[in-house]
Design a protein around this ligand. Structure first.
Ligand code: AMP
Length: 582
């Protein structure tokens, strides 16, 4: 396919914010695509050249892109930057300048993808110059519409708002005539997190090829998720009279992929975090006695002198780009391994939890300071749950995870295989809600200083694959937190309501749904204003007195926010909780 054709699709996709229209346009694009290029197209429509978990960054800041545009179209960098500020988007600036140059654009999708990959690959001395020249040469060969979209890719400002579920629906529609194959495609996606790989397999090997996809070391697995229940008695009803309980560590989830000496780490939101945690990487090499492995654990900062677990605020200081080694010495992490998904060439997710746990125990060397196995107790009664819970809390941990002994590992799935019990704060709600920032209100009075005066936040409707509003937050953030929101939202500002957002409320400006905040509220109430879970009487759900617990932008993607059905469950559990208290 000519890149020019793809760019015309970009234009159509940009012109709608309705999910059904996005699917319709995408499925037409996929129909025109060959099996050789479908993978690349799946990355390119999300503004990438590789799956998002590969640490491939085009790595060009605004001034570098402006320099490349200037050189391609005989303008100075400052002239380009001026036009960019006027237009509000680098792509629009490139398009305007390209129009005067009348390139017809004959590059294929593959050639553009390759050129962008090459730019990402430059490193070492003279990198800036090489990247600028290569982008300039690429732009020179593109028509104005293609130039517009290509100029936005390095800056991450190609914002079509296309989610993974939208791509999967469109793949099914394009080849199968309806969306019915989405669950099977999604299953393969949950195991590999690689849309391009799933699409290419589907196009080359059909649905039989998709069904035979297993876990692959080096491709992150979408994590299994836990359910909440209001009481230990409720949990026992689901788990039976024999189940496992483990402490719930308040750190961050780490997936370890090991193949021989090669070790890679992935975060909860599937980013490659190998470079951030050299201590875990070397711990894995020493402690794991197996050729190839995918395992999961929770990393938490730990004081080896006092055997104390440190609070999340300390642990999170390890998520940094600079002074990594220094921080690793100052704040050592312990990875508490809690599940094994793959061992010596075999996907073992279908084995029952208790067998996976035994295998996990068999491959972890004892006495390793960095890699340990999480404590596990097999329990039978509600009273045993509360005893272990109190013990965990008194050690500074978050609570317990209860696990069904015979359940498989369900990638990307939430179910009653895992049940979490967290320390509940004052108020009625038994858990916090992870919300996505959808819009920002400009600050007035004292808040003018921060830029941000309040936020419009939403949750994820996974059935409709859209973001729906659940609260406005004006207080409940410290000055420093407001500044951080201002900083984050500057880069995500968008001129119109983003695709896949449903809202009756208009903030001062919209942002691309990306930043996840963990929010505590006193209560969930019914609300005619918010679109979360809105029923036929026009009533949705809202958070009452919301306050920020922590930023989760580093470990949750927007689609990992709390879902509408979870909020409805929490709403119903409030009543159960209150009735229990009476
Ligand atoms: P939450 O983020 O509150 O939904 O709780 C689920 C998270 O708890 C998982 O994603 C893990 O990061 C974390 N976690 C902590 N300890 C454990 C454990 N023993 N087993 C499983 N997950 C755990």
């Amino acid at each position: 396919m000519q890149f020019k054709t793809l760019a015309e699709y970009y234009e159509k996709l940009e012109g709608t914010s309705k999910r059904l229209e996005l699917i319709d346009i995408l499925s037409k694009l996929f129909k025109e695509s060959s099996a050789e290029e479908i993978g690349k197209i799946c990355y390119l429509i999300q503004g990438r050249v590789a799956p998002f978990f590969e640490p491939i960054e085009i790595g060009m800041a605004e001034s570098m892109v402006a320099q490349a545009i200037g050189r391609a179209y005989d303008k100075s960098k400052d002239e380009v930057l001026k036009l960019y500020r006027h237009k509000g988007n680098m792509g629009l600036a490139a398009q305007e300048l390209a129009q005067k140059h009348k390139h017809h654009g004959e590059l294929s999708v593959g050639e553009v993808s390759e050129a962008l990959l090459k730019i990402a690959g430059f490193s070492g001395e003279g990198t800036v110059g090489k990247k600028v020249s290569a982008l300039c040469e690429l732009l020179k060969k593109l028509d104005p519409i293609s130039a517009k979209h290509v100029a936005n890719i390095p800056l991450g400002t190609l914002r079509l708002g296309i989610g993974d579920a939208t791509v999967l629906d469109s793949l099914s529609l394009s080849k199968h005539g309806d969306k019915s194959l989405r669950p099977i495609l999604e299953d393969a996606y949950n195991k590999t997190s690689d849309l391009g790989f799933v699409a290419e397999t589907y196009f080359k090997k059909g649905i039989a090829g998709i069904k035979s996809i297993e876990l692959i070391v080096g491709k992150p697995v979408r994590p299994a998720l836990a359910e909440r229940l209001p009481s230990a008695d409720e949990a026992i009803k689901r788990l039976g009279n024999e189940f496992a309980a483990e402490p719930k560590f308040d750190g961050f989830r780490v997936a370890v992929h090991k193949n021989g000496e090669k070790v890679e780490l992935f975060s909860r939101n599937l980013e490659n975090t190998t470079h951030a945690f050299p201590d875990i990487v070397s711990g894995v090499r020493k402690a794991i006695n197996a050729k190839s492995v995918i395992l999961e654990g929770e990393a938490i900062a730990y004081n080896p002198d006092t055997s104390e677990f440190l609070p999340f605020q300390e642990t999170t200081k390890r998520r940094r780009k600079y002074k990594i080694e220094e921080m690793a010495k100052k704040l050592p992490l312990v990875l508490f391994a809690f599940d094994l998904l793959y061992l010596n060439g075999r996907d073992i997710t279908q084995k029952p939890y208790k067998e996976r746990r035994k295998l996990l125990e068999s491959i972890i060397a004892r006495e390793n300071p960095t890699i340990r196995i999480s404590e596990e107790r097999v329990l039978h009664k509600a009273s045993e749950i509360s005893d272990f819970f109190n013990e965990a809390i008194s050690e500074g941990l978050e609570g317990l995870m209860l696990k069904k002994l015979d359940s498989p590992y369900i990638a990307g799935g939430r179910g009653f295989h895992w049940i979490k019990f967290k320390r509940s704060q004052a108020g009625q709600l038994t858990d916090s809600v992870d919300c996505v920032i959808l819009g920002v209100y400009r600050g007035k009075g004292k808040r003018t200083e921060f830029g941000v005066g309040g936020l419009l936040v939403g949750i994820y409707d996974d059935k409709k694959d859209e973001f729906v509003t659940v609260s406005r937050i004006g207080t409940g953030l410290t000055d420093e937190e407001f500044r951080k929101v201002d900083e984050l939202s500057k880069h995500l500002k968008i001129a119109h309501k983003p695709a896949r957002v449903s809202s009756d409320i208009e903030p001062s400006f919209w942002v691309e749904p990306k930043v996840v905040l963990e929010i505590y509220a006193d209560e969930i109430t019914r609300s005619p204003i918010h679109t979360a879970g809105r029923d036929k009487d026009g009533l949705g759900y809202a958070l009452r007195f919301p306050r920020l617990v922590k930023f989760r932008e580093a470990d949750k993607r927007a689609e990992d926010a709390t879902t509408v059905s979870e909020v409805i469950k929490l709403y119903n559990q409030q009543f159960a909780h209150r009735n229990n208290k009476k």
